[in-house]
Ligand binder design. Sequence first.
Ligand code: FAD
Ligand code: EPU
Length: 338
Amino acid sequence: MPIARDVSLQPFNTFAVAASANYFAAITSSEDLRTVLDDAAVAGQPHLILGGGSNILFTRDFDGLVLKNEIHGIQVVKEDNAHAWVRAGAGEDWDAFVRWTLKHRFYGLENLALIPGAVGASPVQNIGAYGVEVGELLEQVDTVEMASGEPRRFHVSECELGYRTSIFKQPPRDRYFITSVTFRLRKRARLVTTYTDVARAIAEEATDALTAEKLSDIIRRIRRGKLPDPAELGNAGSFFKNPVISVARLEPLATEHPGMPHFLQPDGRIKIAAGWLIEQCGWKGKRTGSCGVYPQQALVLVNYSGAAGSEILALSRTIAHSVKARFGIDLEPEPRIL
Ligand code: FAD
Ligand code: EPU
C-alpha cells in the first residue's frame, strides 16, 4: 500500500478548506492497515483516521499520517424471521448503504438517509436524524487497535453511545480504526414519523400507504430544502450540538423567551434548539468574508469560497460568545476541529 507525501486534504473534507497532510494512505483492508503501521517511514507519526471528511474542520496542515478508510463490502451475516444482521465495510458510503438496505427490504435506517460520510463514522458520533439514532440499529463495531494492531470488537452495549457521542470520540482519539459495522435491521418496517417536519410533510402528502421507502424519500426532500449540498457549498452540517440542560435551567429561560423551542429527552433533561438561539442573535444568513451562516439553517456554517478553516473557527467562536451573552448557554462544536 503506497504512502503518499504532502497530499492536499481539500478534496477530502466537505468544508473544502485547504490543508495538507505530510503522509497519506488509502486503507482497503485490515491487512493494509497493519502494513502501513509497520512501515518505518511513518513510525511514530501522529495519525488521523478519515472517512468522508464531513464532520471535520481543518484549521491547519496535519503534521502526520492520514489514514483514509476505503474498506468496502456489504454482506448479510445472519437472518431470522424478524431481523437481518448486515455487515458493511467502514469505507462504504453511508447513503448508498441506506439505499442498499431499503432495496433489500431491511428496515430501520430510512430516517438516516442522505447523511454524508462513510459507514465507519456512523457509530463515532452516533449519527442521528428525524427521530432515529444509529445506535438503535447497531449490533457491533469491528476495529483494529492502532497501538497493538490487534482486532477488537465492540458490542453496541460497549460503545457508550449518547447524543452525538460514543467511546470512539473519547481521548485518546484515533485509538481504534473502525473496519466494519454490523447492523441489526428489521424485516418488517416500524416507521418513525413523530419528528415535526416529518409529520407535517406526511400530512401534506396525504399518502395512504406510507412505506419505509416513501418515508426515506420524504426525509431526503426535507433535508434538501434545509441543508446545503457539500458538493455545491462547503459545510459540515450542524456546527454545534443542541445544548441539553436541566428543567431548573429551562424554567427562567422559557419564561423570558416563550417562543424558544425545547424538547424533553428520555432522561428528563431538555434539549434546546441551537439553531433558534443563533437565529435570535441575528446570525442567520450573515456572511463574514468568505464564510457565513446558512440562510435556511442557522446551525450550519458555510464556506462560500476559499475560506480558511481558521476563519470558520473564528466565526463559530463569535457566534458562541453572542449566544452565551444573550442566553447564558454554552454551545459545543459538533465537528472535530484540527
Ligand atoms: P469524518 O468527517 O471523516 O470523520 C468524523 C470523525 O470520525 C473523525 O473524528 C474521524 O477520525 C472519525 N472516523 C471516521 N472514520 C473512522 C473510522 N473508520 N474509524 C475510526 N474513526 C473514524 N450528522 C448527523 O449525525 N446527523 C445529520 O443529520 C447530519 N447531517 C449532515 C448534513 C450535512 C450536509 C453534512 C455535511 C454533515 C452532516 N452530518 C450529520 C455530519 C456527518 O455527516 C456525520 O458525522 C458523518 O457520520 C461523518 O462521516 P465521515 O465519514 O465524513 O466522517
Ligand atoms: N430552528 C430555528 N432556526 C434555525 C434552525 C432551526 O429556529 O435556523 C429551530 C426549528 O424551527 C426547530 C428546531 O430549531 O424548532 C430544530 O430544527 P431542525 O429540525 O432543523 O433540527 P436541528 O436541531 O437544527 C438536528 C440535528 C441535525 C439533524 C436534524 C434532524 C444536531 C446538532 N443537529 O438539527 O443533524 O439532521 O436535527 O433530526 O443535533 C448534523 O448533526 O450535522 C445534523 C445536520
